[in-house]
Ligand binder design. Structure first.
Ligand code: C2E
Ligand code: MG
Ligand code: MG
Length: 619
């Protein structure tokens, strides 16, 4: 060992201190010291004592350190370095620096990129004066921060130091406490936003033409309700389980980070075609469909995913994240458990949605929301037995807006609560008026309940209040919940529906057949009828499985002593077939479109069984 070595190891000690290594432990860590001679000669000379001290300090860090002299001779390293690179000590001792580099890059993901980078370092020695900081990705999924310093003394280059710091996962305890909080989320032990961005920057730098990457932002739908209903500690537990479930479905080397409260981000690094991304999303969605178990309770949770793929949707961090976020907004406004890949058109859609969101805040006050009514008809008697209340928004500039478009916004913003309460009250009041003024005492009204409305703790009180205020008998109110809403939290559904059943209101399962395949829940909840989803009715008699499914749902309802309603009946053929199959209630454009309160009143007043709406409206 030369004075130069001492000098360089001294410098490395400085680096270690700067990077937060707890130097104080060095004396108790006298293990794995490379040169056993130091111990034997410990008291001999001042130089040797210093050498020992420096070697010990080298070993007191978990970071890997490699020291070279100015002629690229390896003159120092620590055990962490050997462990990180999985090099036997004999290899270091028998290899030149160049041979070592060749061995090392083979262990990295995308070795060509690193070879280019090393060549660049060699060709531009001036760059080496400053530290080179980079993240490197091992092909086994580990990630390290690399620091490469050229050391100068009195303007003379004296050598170089490589250091490697593990930033893969905090669970591996590779971090000091400070680093941990800087880069990791303490709840899930996943990398945080900052860490994710760093990895993304590094991955983008190493992306080649055939090598794409995808950024995905995942959002748990209505996680707030989970916290509200189960409490924060169970909510936290669920977040951890969710993180594990997502991680299980990624490929080796992909990164998952906690993006925020109930949001995660993914960096998919092994992407050669779009199908690779889709495959992972399908796996994640399938994993969510299984539901989650918390303290013996089964919870259904849905997820929305927005995806941006580099280079198509951006070549820098901010653009990719922004575009993945835009795609997420679109996914959230569609159905639950859904992923959307970014498209440039989304930006204009997003601004339209933003306008809608803003306007929706005032829509109720300005009287722009209207309840429309669609008759439900008894197939055998031809009489209107019930009206379904369907919400409409008469936007001053955009015209009539479908609830499918603005109800997701209302759910996101929380506006669904006042809006739904208003719909419920308006519809009940209207039905009461029809019963009284048109002498239709048996007429009922069906009102749709949104997911968040159903999960509100004061739902039952609101319904009781509305029934009292409007004087409508509970048996004349039917609440429609979709199968997906019912299955979100089966325990909550069971409890809520039992209380509602006690009050005396009717309950139907809307869009039946499109949600979960498990039917056993039906025997546990007090449901009065099933509404066959219109997608089955639409394709009736087209010779495929839809006819078989419709038949099965009608039989199921009869077997369980439940009513059955076919939605979306548009043709005589469909209606005749449904009558033969003894589907007792039908609803659809064949009989009537949803109508304003005035039009609906006119229909009810002059209605004769099976006469189409147009003849009444024209009258
Ligand atoms: P839904 O409850 O399943 O309502 C049936 C939908 O099918 C309505 O669409 C209705 O206009 C449409 N429809 C009825 N007959 C036919 C037909 O013969 N052919 C076709 N193609 N469609 C037909 P709408 O009014 O656009 O409502 C869409 C969904 O929005 C509803 O589906 C319901 O889930 C939701 N929704 C509507 N009003 C409310 C509300 O007040 N609160 C909540 N939470 N959701 C609502
Ligand atoms: Mg409905
Ligand atoms: Mg429906």
């Amino acid at each position: 060992m030369t004075t130069l070595t001492i000098l360089l190891t001294t410098i490395s000690v400085t680096i270690l201190l700067v990077t937060g290594v707890v130097f104080i432990f060095f004396l108790s860590n006298i293990v794995n010291i490379q040169n056993i001679q130091y111990q034997q000669q410990i008291e001999t000379t001042e130089v040797e004592r210093l050498l020992l001290l420096h070697q010990i300090s080298l070993e007191s860090t978990r970071d890997g350190i490699l020291i070279l002299d100015d002629a690229n001779q390896i003159i120092g390293f620590n055990q962490s370095f050997l462990k990180i690179w999985d090099f036997p000590e004999s290899v270091i001792q028998s290899s030149t620096y160049q041979q070592l580099l060749r061995r090392a890059v083979k262990k990295l993901d995308n070795p060509k990129y690193y070879i280019r980078k090393l060549r660049e370092i060699n060709n531009h020695p001036e760059k080496q004066i400053n530290a080179i900081n980079d993240s490197i990705f091992f092909n086994d999924g580990r990630i390290f921060y690399t620091n490469y310093h050229t050391q100068k003394i009195d303007n003379h280059k004296v050598g170089r130091i490589w250091s490697f710091q593990d930033i893969t996962y905090a669970g591996k305890n590779e971090f000091t406490v400070n680093n941990y909080h800087q880069f990791y989320d303490p709840l899930t032990n996943l990398p945080n936003r900052l860490s994710f961005k760093n990895s993304l920057i590094a991955s983008l730098a190493s992306t080649t033409q055939n090598h794409k990457l995808a950024v995905c932002i995942l959002d748990l739908n209505r996680f707030k309700n989970i916290n509200d209903n189960l409490g924060y500690s169970r909510g936290d537990k669920l977040l951890k389980i969710v993180a594990d479930r997502i991680q299980e479905n990624l490929n080796h080397g992909d990164i998952i980070a906690r993006w925020g409260g109930d949001e995660f981000s993914l960096l998919l690094r092994k992407v050669s075609k779009i199908e690779d991304v889709i495959q992972i999303q399908e796996r994640i969605l399938a994993a969510f469909r299984k539901g989650f178990a918390i303290d013996n309770q089964h919870i259904n949770l849905s997820i929305s995913i927005g995806i941006a793929i580099s280079p198509h949707h951006g070549i820098n961090t901010d653009t990719l994240i922004k575009n993945a976020d835009t795609a997420l907004s679109c996914a959230k406004l569609q159905k639950a458990n859904h992923y959307v890949i970014y498209h440039p058109d989304f930006n204009s859609q997003k601004s339209e949605l933003f306008t809608l969101e803003n306007d929706l805040y005032n829509a109720l006050e300005r009287g722009e929301l209207k309840v429309y009514y669609q008759p439900q008809i008894n197939s055998f008697s031809g009489e209107i037995t019930q009206m379904e209340a369907l919400l409409r928004w008469e936007h001053p500039e955009m015209g009539l807006i479908s609830p499918s478009k603005f109800i997701p916004i209302a759910e996101e913003t929380g506006l669904i609560i006042p809006i739904s309460e208003w719909v419920l009250k308006t519809a009940c009041l209207q039905n009461k008026k029809w019963q009284e003024y048109l002498n239709l005492p048996d007429l009922s009204i069906a009102v749709n309940l949104s997911t968040s409305q159903f999960q509100q703790s004061n739902l039952v009180n609101t319904i009781k209040k509305v029934l009292t205020e409007t004087q409508l008998a509970p048996k004349h109110l039917e609440l429609e919940i979709t199968e997906t809403v019912a299955m979100q939290d089966i325990e909550l559904t069971r409890n809520t529906l039992h209380v509602l059943n006690k009050i005396g209101v009717e309950i139907s399962i809307d869009d039946f057949g499109t949600g979960y395949s498990s039917l056993s829940y039906l025997k546990d909840i007090p449901v009065t009828s099933l509404k066959i989803d219109q997608s089955f009715v639409k394709n009736l008699l087209k010779g495929d499985s839809h006819t078989a499914i419709t038949t099965a749902i009608i039989d199921l309802a009869h077997g369980l002593n439940l009513g059955v309603v076919a939605e979306g009946v548009e043709t005589e053929e469909q209606f005749n077939w449904l009558k033969v199959m003894k589907c007792e209630v039908v609803q659809g454009y064949l009989f009537s479109h949803p109508l304003s309160a005035e039009e609906a009143t006119r229909i009810l007043k002059f209605y004769q069984p099976y006469k189409l709406e147009s003849s009444y409206l024209a009258a």
